[in-house]
Design a protein around this ligand. Structure first.
Ligand code: 5GP
Length: 190
């Protein structure tokens, strides 16, 4: 029997909105058959992050080489660092029937939406916070970064919120478990 190709699920939303927590809740539901696409980044590793689990942490040179060799499905710059999705792994997982989640920012998402616009199995989701004030508190509370970087992330968050119209679904993160359930239903209905 031929394996049915899995869905490609883009999950975007401003930094600090809780995408990671929602994703972890989703991954716990094994009936969804999800796989997380691990991105490549030039950003320094934060405390507790693991190479090959949270990201592939690479040098600027290595990242550039991946762009040149056309190994990235999409990539974008975010507050001074580059982030990208390794293409082959996404293809491999989808071919195995896995529903692959990309947790990426809006410019990269735009590239994927353009490339896969005829793919019925593309699902695009944008997560919004209950309010911008709450988002600001969350970014400040969790950040180990300098004030300058925090301000840049906040600015970026305000701009990203304006681009939510490009997504099929807009999900409010008032509670990560509730938001995850809503997304689980979207995936099941697809
Ligand atoms: P952070 O530094 O907080 O881990 O990530 C910053 C932003 O980059 C987040 O919005 C995150 O979703 C996004 N991001 C992570 N990986 C990728 C990727 O492979 N491509 C793109 N375009 N954005 C990514």
């Amino acid at each position: 029997m031929k394996t049915v190709e899995g869905c490609l699920i883009i999950m975007s939303g401003p930094s600090g909105v809780g995408k990671g927590t929602i994703r972890k809740a989703l991954m716990n539901d094994t009936s969804l058959n999800l796989a997380y696409s691990i991105s490549m980044t030039t950003r320094p590793k934060r405390n507790g992050e693991i190479n090959g689990v949270d990201y592939y942490f690479v040098s600027h040179e290595e990242f550039e080489q991946n762009i040149r060799k056309d190994k990235l499905l999409e990539w974008a710059e975010f507050v001074g660092n580059k982030y990208g999705t390794p293409a082959r792994e996404v293809e491999r997982l989808r071919a195995l029937g896995k529903n692959v989640i990309l947790e990426i920012e809006v410019n990269g998402a735009k590239q994927v939406i353009d490339k896969f616009k005829d793919d019925q199995k593309l699902i695009t989701i944008f997560i919004i916070p209950p309010s911008l004030e709450e988002l600001e508190n969350r970014i400040r509370a969790r950040s180990t970064e300098s004030n300058e970087v925090i301000e840049k992330r906040l600015n970026k968050a305000r701009n990203e919120m304006k681009l939510k119209k490009h997504y099929q679904y807009i999900i409010l993160n008032d509670d990560p478990n509730r938001a995850a359930l809503e997304i689980a239903n979207i995936i099941k209905n697809h």
